[in-house]
Design a protein around this ligand. Structure first.
Ligand SMILES: *[C@@H]1O[C@H](CO)[C@@H](O)[C@H](O)[C@H]1NC(C)=O
Ligand SMILES: *[C@@H]1O[C@H](CO)[C@@H](O)[C@H](O)[C@H]1NC(C)=O
Ligand SMILES: *[C@@H]1O[C@H](CO)[C@@H](O)[C@H](O)[C@H]1NC(C)=O
Ligand SMILES: *[C@@H]1O[C@H](CO)[C@@H](O)[C@H](O)[C@H]1NC(C)=O
Ligand SMILES: *[C@@H]1O[C@H](CO)[C@@H](O)[C@H](O)[C@H]1NC(C)=O
Ligand SMILES: *[C@@H]1O[C@H](CO)[C@@H](O)[C@H](O)[C@H]1NC(C)=O
Ligand SMILES: *[C@@H]1O[C@H](CO)[C@@H](O)[C@H](O)[C@H]1NC(C)=O
Ligand SMILES: *[C@@H]1O[C@H](CO)[C@@H](O)[C@H](O)[C@H]1NC(C)=O
Ligand SMILES: *[C@@H]1O[C@H](CO)[C@@H](O)[C@H](O)[C@H]1NC(C)=O
Ligand SMILES: *[C@@H]1O[C@H](CO)[C@@H](O)[C@H](O)[C@H]1NC(C)=O
Ligand SMILES: *[C@@H]1O[C@H](CO)[C@@H](O)[C@H](O)[C@H]1NC(C)=O
Ligand SMILES: *[C@@H]1O[C@H](CO)[C@@H](O)[C@H](O)[C@H]1NC(C)=O
Length: 425
């Protein structure tokens, strides 16, 4: 481990311990040969250093109380400018990782030859990068894949002509990241040519094809979707399954010379994956293409919640029902279906959840009794009953009520039979 890695490791330890001990440190030193403000690090004194500038810690553990936390200090840096540092040859993954708020990076007229693959992985806000006049010979699009670059300046770099920099040519053609306004060059042998004029065979963006567009399945099914990435250079292919609930396996195969195929198998598909978007990504040195399909997972309705009436603005019997296709709901009271105006129209639909209220404007003892919710979709039907007690009935009406409750109970049993039949099939 070199000294610098050590230092970064130490810094990380301090960062974490500072979380525990509150803010022990409050001031960071500007690197030598640079001028710093709370948002900028500007290093324009020639040959300032061999390493990427890192703010250094200053011990102020004598009980200072002002100042934010160290992570904040790094995060607040939005601009780094380094010029004429001929010792700076490599930009490492660890160099940039603390500057998580960085937006503008200029490393110009230095001696930069290598940028490690994950150098910008922790800098999602980077918008502007100027690497002009460095002896870089190649550069990978993968460095920038998670960034929304507004401008990438590469003037004064003489690349090696080849497939590795074909993406820069494509970005120039598409007018991406301001590259079309720049005069860029590459070298084949002793010839220096315009990058626009470079002509490389067997070097294109991959194509992609997927066996399904959208896919509708039953909960518990097993399914296989297949994705081909094809082209030259032979691309890598992968399905993104982060966040998928169903158990899944991948199987890949190459059909020479130029198809890479990958099967994704989902076993016992879960209802929690209803609506999930599966994306297949195909990437090579020239770039990346992707294709997505959406899963629809069907399952019979369930009544997750049916609450006793609660007084709010109106009185509400709150319910949550889940099912896909979306179930239709019916309400029964005293053997009769309750019609529209009572059912709250502001029922919310969230993915495959239905949430809402059966509302009562001014309920009286006439409304007392069992309320039965029936939820139905193409896969089945389910019922649940809740007792609603609104007001005490005056004594002389009670008998009437009991008869009607009996009817309701009968109706209720009928629904339950109906349901168990549906589920048997
Ligand atoms: C950097 O070096 C170039 C010549 O290589 C010089 O023209 C320029 O003034 C220098 N910049 C600074 C800030 O020293
Ligand atoms: C170096 O940067 C500082 C701060 O931006 C600026 O004041 C100074 O003029 C610069 N020096 C040179 C030589 O460019
Ligand atoms: C604490 O450090 C500051 C400078 O960081 C200094 O001005 C101050 O005198 C120190 N206080 C004590 C009690 O040492
Ligand atoms: C970072 O910036 C925020 C907002 O701009 C500010 O409130 C905070 O004090 C800054 N933190 C440090 C350590 O400079
Ligand atoms: C990028 O850096 C180069 C070299 O210092 C400079 O000439 C150029 O103006 C910068 N580009 C932009 C767009 O600022
Ligand atoms: C993938 O390529 C293989 C071999 O050419 C072919 O049999 C299969 O149908 C392709 N699959 C898709 C999804 O295009
Ligand atoms: C797939 O489903 C999404 C969302 O339901 C829809 O926007 C898209 O048009 C569908 N695509 C195809 C090919 O049916
Ligand atoms: C799904 O695959 C699993 C494991 O391979 C198997 O046990 C199960 O029977 C399959 N289910 C269906 C519905 O085919
Ligand atoms: C992918 O699945 C298809 C049929 O579902 C099968 O023909 C093919 O061999 C499978 N490919 C791999 C790489 O397993
Ligand atoms: C399928 O998943 C359900 C839960 O989603 C689970 O209850 C069941 O046991 C699973 N079946 C198999 C065969 O793994
Ligand atoms: C798929 O490609 C589009 C367009 O290039 C891009 O915006 C999107 O982020 C890609 N999706 C994934 C999951 O990489
Ligand atoms: C309401 O339904 C429950 C069963 O869900 C039953 O035990 C009770 O007797 C019913 N009450 C009336 C008044 O019908």
């Amino acid at each position: 481990m070199d000294v610098r890695l050590c230092f970064v490791a130490l810094l990380r330890i301090l960062l974490f311990s500072s979380v525990f001990h509150g803010c022990v440190f409050s001031v960071l030193d500007c690197p030598p040969a640079c001028t710093c403000s709370s948002t900028d690090i500007h290093c324009n004194k020639s040959d300032g250093g061999n390493f990427f500038p890192l703010l250094a810690l200053q011990d102020s553990s004598n009980g200072s109380s002002g100042g934010g936390d160290i992570e904040d200090l790094f995060r607040n840096i939005t601009t780094i400018h380094i010029e004429n540092w001929t010792g700076l040859q490599i930009l490492k993954d660890v160099d940039m990782e603390l500057y998580t708020g960085l937006q503008r990076l200029t490393i110009t007229n230095c001696n930069l030859r290598t940028i490690q693959a994950r150098a910008f992985a922790q800098n999602p806000h980077l918008r502007y990068i100027n690497l002009s006049k460095n002896p870089l010979t190649t550069l990978s699009w993968q460095l920038f894949k998670n960034l929304q670059l507004v401008e990438l300046r590469l003037e004064g770099i003489v690349f090696s002509c080849g497939c590795e920099i074909r993406w820069i040519q494509l970005w120039q053609q598409r007018g991406e990241a301001g590259l079309h306004t720049q005069q860029l060059f590459c070298k084949t042998g002793a010839n220096k040519i315009r990058l626009r004029a470079m002509n490389i065979a067997h070097c294109d963006l991959p194509d992609i094809s997927v066996t399904h567009s959208n896919l509708t399945v039953m909960e518990g099914d097993n399914i296989t979707v297949s994705c081909n990435g094809s082209g030259s250079p032979l691309p890598d292919v992968d399905w993104t399954v982060k966040g998928l609930h169903s158990i899944n396996t991948h199987q890949s195969n190459v059909y020479w010379p130029n198809i890479h195929s990958i099967n994704l198998t989902l076993v016992n598909v879960s209802r929690d994956d209803n609506g999930f978007v599966l994306t297949c990504i195909s990437a090579n040195v020239v770039g990346m293409t992707n294709m997505s399909l959406q899963l629809a997972v069907q399952f019979p309705p369930v009544i997750i919640k049916l609450e006793e009436p609660e007084r709010r603005h109106h009185t509400c019997i709150e319910f949550t029902v889940r099912g896909f296709p979306h179930p239709t709901l019916q309400w029964f009271h005293k053997g009769r279906e309750i019609q529209a105006p009572y059912i709250h129209t502001e029922m919310e639909l969230y993915q495959d959840y239905l949430e809402g209220c059966l509302t009562f404007e001014n309920p009286t003892h006439h409304d007392n009794g069992n309320y039965t919710l029936v939820a139905t979709n193409s896969l089945g039907s389910v019922t649940k009953t809740v007792f609603g007690h609104f007001l005490e009935a005056p004594p002389f009406l009670e008998e009437d009520g009991i008869i009607e409750y009996g009817e309701c109970f009968f109706a209720n049993e009928h629904f339950q039979n109906h349901v168990s039949q549906q589920f048997k099939t």
